[in-house]
Write a protein that binds this ligand. Structure first.
Ligand SMILES: [Zn+2]
Ligand SMILES: [Zn+2]
Length: 1017
């Protein structure tokens, strides 16, 4: 059996008959089962990990579809963020941020947009090949302006609650990418790496001969020191060592002079290690009274260092908090690239990278005899997970979501969620209970610009929550009137006519009269007319121009939609052609053969209107065009999304109808498309009452914010789908599944945003998949050469075998050691068996006519038993599947198939080979096909290809007794039935018999008696 070939045939069958679309449409009116795609980046090829989550998604969604739910499944793409910027920089050969600015933010972002979708087509192909039914046509994309508009709205909502603020904070900062990272990004794989740092005990001088002993691994932070901290509960010892008096919390084999509690050291002054320039002290707002003293702090731990901690408020979270508490101020010597901006006394540190400064500082301290001991220290240090640069903790101003303030609510919502496996939930809980605030702003380029505008004079801020809010501050250059041509022959006779017109199609008499009347009502109101070149519109324009004595321009871009093969057909044909197969709504992207799509029309009218804005000022402009064209034009002028347009927020234009339409002034790129990215959005400045100018702050949002907004933004909430979300129809999400690494990523940001916006959890069930490792249990990596390419395996064994293997192997959350031998084995034992069963069935198959004569099924105990087994199995299967346990479900099915072939079929052989009469054979066959049909239905969600193939194979035989569907995926699985007492007893007794049989089998084997030799009783 060549499974890959069979699967390709099934793919073609699905495509040609629109099986996926129909599976959605069949259930359109049913209860929804909500799922949302955790959006991947398409800038790289899909790997085994993606394959794993995608097959789980598919199988679970297919299962719920077969239970009768409506299960929409839109694809989604993540597009913004540092990973893409770093890749783009690499692509362009850039080394730092300045090169991006020189290159131009506009061009840079355009490049990011292009690169992030580089492998989109490949992803779509792989999805198709693995059998992942996902709606790529209606995918949500995070760079879509309307997605971004929702993200703005969410930001403003959080702001209104006082839970997003601009603050001075210390955060992990990447000096190469020149941006802060979120705490959650330190949880990414590869973030922590073992590095060797200096381990140095430094002496801080109190007086002549007395010192505090302090341990550090980051000497470069020492110039930023402003205080020391002790734990006031600890004991501290003063030792005499080499004639010096040294304070430490450690127990040393030295001469002890004194022992005190930490609190007695609090307040003692010491000398700074470096003399700080007076100007810097001044500009850094250092509180001279408070610095260079000992303070109490509970974060001072037993097991590390000397119990005396050096505090540099600019370079550590705890340091920063202590500095704030005791009003120390802070000193920072680093620029945004992590380089020192000054020399320190005699130490040449200027323009050195912070890591290089360590050496210089140690040399200096050694010369000053301030080092007690010096060694090396191997420890795990955080790095930028994208560019691998060591991070620094760095105090900067940025925008944070105050997660800590809603921590309890977040935990409460967490508890309302079902976590599979529960261990992931526990890990997640450990993370959320810390309630770390979320560093939202990034000083970068390719992302959702934070919608904060600030007056450069008085400092007032304004948060913009929608395109309309932004447009309030601007007025279009001209007034616009949109008018549809008057009635023409084609309207009257119901045929479609676009350029070049094949039939002479002027205005009718009625059309001319109507237009003339309209023209009179426009007297004095219009300065210029633009019209479509197609006769009926041109004629309309000319009549009005004559009447008003104003100039008329003909513009190509206003022509009717290019109708291609629909030219001269009727209007109904047009609708039939562009309607979406699932929803029945007009599909704006659907292109007419040899013609245009509505979206193509939209693109050209946008250019047209933008040009009018450029070339005219304070004019009243009349635009005469066609129904579909005006539909698109008005939608664009009002800055509506495609969805809004297709849902007829713009009403259809009647013949000769005239409307005044305000052009909303919103950020647009050079093509005229709405674009909320930098730099377009940054050009939107307006004057403040104080005379200053409102300008947008430069920051963009953390990438995790984008995907965290997905349940709302992918529906353009609240600008669209407000009712559906507020009334909990499409929200919360019933189920999501992603890799285990999303606990600090997407799972987390979804929960935070949903808690802030809806006060409730975003999801009901969260599944996490483990890693796919190589067969030895080692992580797959390019450098080890142990990467398994999912497509290669699929082409070798078939997608269904790979799918089923991964389900069968272990629980979703466990790591999976991918072993090709086991894949092969499963193929033989399960899939080949299925084909053998089919062959057997075919061999004994009788013409349906003959079978049809059987009116009553006689009761054979084997048949009754297997019927009960099926019922029992479906109960288990249903339970496991509804609990998202595909592992157990696949095991239940393999057991069932084993029983079917090894017991039912084998014991029934006599009935097939030497039936007592026709009737007996017929009954056996009818039961055979029915059993196979039931097994295939259960198999369908897990192995969608093979089940479909076998279903199609036995369809002709089945259709005499069963109401057959076009595809197995349209079958209904339904609720499991209860076993009757009789069936329960039958199952038990058959088990006993089978135990007995295997016992006899064992004894025969033991005594060396052949299976077929009769026993001598
Ligand atoms: Zn970096
Ligand atoms: Zn102002």
């Amino acid at each position: 059996m060549n499974l890959p070939e069979i699967e390709k045939r099934i793919i073609n069958f699905w495509k040609a008959n629109e099986i996926f679309e129909k599976s959605l449409r069949n259930n359109l009116k049913k209860k929804r089962f909500n799922w949302i795609e955790g959006p991947p980046y398409a800038n790289d090829k899909p790997h085994m990990g993606h394959f794993l989550t995608r097959i789980y998604k598919d199988s679970i969604l297919r299962f719920f579809t077969m239970l009768g739910f409506y299960v929409p499944r839109r694809a989604g793409w993540d597009t913004h963020g540092l990973p893409i910027e770093v890749a783009t920089e690499k692509h362009l050969g850039f080394k730092d941020k300045k090169e991006i600015i020189d290159y131009g933010i506009e061009k840079f972002n355009e490049k990011c947009k292009e690169l992030v979708m580089l492998y989109k087509d490949l992803w779509e192909k792989v999805d198709e090949r693995m059998g992942f039914w996902i709606d790529h046509k209606n995918a949500y994309i995070t760079y879509d302006p309307f997605y971004m508009e929702s993200a703005w709205w969410i930001f403003k909502e959080i702001y209104k609650k006082g839970l997003v603020k601009e603050e001075d904070r210390v955060a992990p900062y990447c000096p190469r990418c020149e941006t802060v990272l979120a705490q959650a990004e330190l949880g990414m794989p590869d973030a922590y790496k073992d590095v060797k740092d200096p381990s140095v005990y430094v002496k801080f001088k109190i007086s002549n001969n007395e010192y505090f002993l302090v341990w550090t691994t980051t000497p470069w932070t020492l110039p930023g020191n402003l205080a020391l901290a002790v734990n006031d509960e600890f004991d501290y010892y003063l030792y005499e060592i080499n004639g010096e008096r040294i304070w430490t919390h450690q127990k040393l084999e030295e001469k002890l002079l004194k022992k005190v509690k930490g609190k007695e050291l609090v307040g003692i002054k010491y000398e700074p290690l470096f003399k700080i320039d007076e100007n810097i002290l001044e500009s850094s707002k250092i509180n001279k009274e408070n610095v260079y003293k000992v303070y109490p702090a509970h974060f001072v731990k037993e097991d590390e260092g000397t119990g005396i901690v050096h505090i540099a408020p600019a370079y550590g979270e705890e340091d920063f908090e202590l500095g704030k508490k005791y009003n120390l101020g802070l000193i920072n010597y680093l620029d945004e690239k992590g380089k020192f901006i000054i020399d320190l006394e005699d130490v040449k540190t200027k323009w050195l990278f912070f890591k290089e400064v360590d050496k210089e500082i140690l040399k200096y301290l050694q010369e000053k005899k301030l080092i007690y001991t010096l060694g090396e220290y191997l420890h795990s240090y955080p790095h930028c997970w994208r560019c691998k640069t060591p991070l620094i903790y760095f105090a900067t101003k940025f925008w944070v979501i105050k997660v800590f303030e809603v921590k309890d609510k977040i935990i409460e919502n967490f508890k309302k969620t079902n976590w599979v496996p529960s261990s992931v939930g526990n890990r997640f809980y450990e993370w959320i209970k810390e309630g770390k605030d979320w560093n939202l702003s990034r000083t970068r380029f390719w992302g959702i610009p934070l919608p904060v505008w600030r007056c450069n004079n008085c400092g007032q801020t304004e948060i913009i929550g929608s395109l309309k809010e932004l447009a309030r501050y601007f007025k279009a250059n001209n007034n616009y009137y949109l008018m549809r041509h008057g009635e023409s022959l084609s309207n009257k006779k119901n045929f479609l006519s676009s350029y070049p017109e094949t039939i002479f199609n002027p205005l009718t008499r009625k059309g001319v009269l109507d237009v003339k009347q309209k023209a009179r009502s426009l007297k004095g109101k219009i300065d210029i007319i633009y019209a479509s070149p197609i006769l009926r519109a041109k004629q309309t324009g000319m009549i009005i121009a004559d009447e008003l004595k104003v100039p008329l321009f003909i513009d190509e871009r206003l022509r009717e939609i290019d109708l291609g093969i629909l030219q001269s057909k009727n209007y109904e044909e047009f609708d039939k052609h562009i309607v979406d197969k699932v929803t029945g709504k007009r599909d704006l992207k659907k292109r007419i053969e040899n013609g245009e799509s509505l979206d193509d029309v939209r693109k050209r009218v946008v250019k047209f209107i933008c040009e009018l804005e450029r070339i005219h000022r304070h004019k009243n402009i009349l635009i005469v065009s066609h129904g579909a064209v005006l539909w698109m034009l008005e939608g664009e002028m009002r800055a509506l999304s495609s969805e809004q347009i297709r849902n007829f927020e713009v009403k259809n234009y009647a013949l000769g109808e005239l409307r005044k339409v305000d052009l909303l002034v919103v950020p647009r790129d050079d093509e005229g498309n709405i674009n909320l990215h930098r730099p377009y959005v940054d050009n939107f400045v307006w004057q403040c009452k104080c005379g200053g100018w409102y300008k947008r702050i430069s920051e963009i949002a953390d990438i995790w914010y984008d995907s965290g907004c997905a349940p709302f933004a992918s529906y353009h909430y609240p600008f669209e789908n407000k009712k559906e979300i507020d009334q909990k129809i499409i929200f919360p999400i019933d189920f999501i599944i992603e890799g285990i690494d999303q606990t600090r990523g997407w799972f987390y940001t979804l929960l935070v945003i949903s808690t802030l916006i809806k006060n409730g959890p975003p999801y009901k069930n969260v599944l996490a998949t483990g890693l796919v490792l190589d067969e030895k249990g080692i992580k797959m990596s390019k450098s080890l050469g142990n990467v398994v390419n999912p497509m290669e395996i699929i082409e070798k064994y078939g997608a269904d075998v790979c799918r089923f293997y991964l389900f069968y192997l272990n629980d979703a959350g466990d790591n999976k050691s991918f072993n090709e031998e086991e894949v092969k084995k499963l193929k033989n034992e399960f899939f080949d068996l299925l084909f053998n069963i089919l062959r057997f069935y075919r061999f004994y198959y009788e013409k349906p006519q003959n079978l049809r004569k059987i009116s009553k099924t006689q009761e054979n105990v084997l048949d009754l038993w297997f019927s009960a087994r099926l019922k029992e199995t479906y109960q288990k299967y249903y339970l496991e599947m509804t609990n998202f346990n595909l592992h157990k479900a696949s095991r239940v099915l393999t057991e069932l198939l084993g029983d079917f072939s090894r017991w039912w079929l084998r014991r029934s052989r006599e009935r097939f080979q030497n039936p007592k009469n026709k009737n007996e054979l017929a009954i056996a066959l009818i039961n055979f096909e029915n059993f196979l049909y039931q097994i295939l239905k259960m198999l369908a969600p897990l192995a969608p290809f093979i089940s479909e193939y076998l279903y199609q194979e036995i369809k002709d035989e089945l259709r005499y007794r069963i109401l057959i569907k076009e595809s197995i995926h349209f079958e209904n699985l339904g609720k499991p039935l209860k076993l009757s007492l009789k069936e329960k007893i039958l199952l038990k007794e058959m088990e006993k018999i089978r135990d007995l049989a295997s016992e006899i089998h064992r004894l025969r084997k033991e005594k060396g008696i052949k299976v077929r030799q009769p026993l001598n009783m």
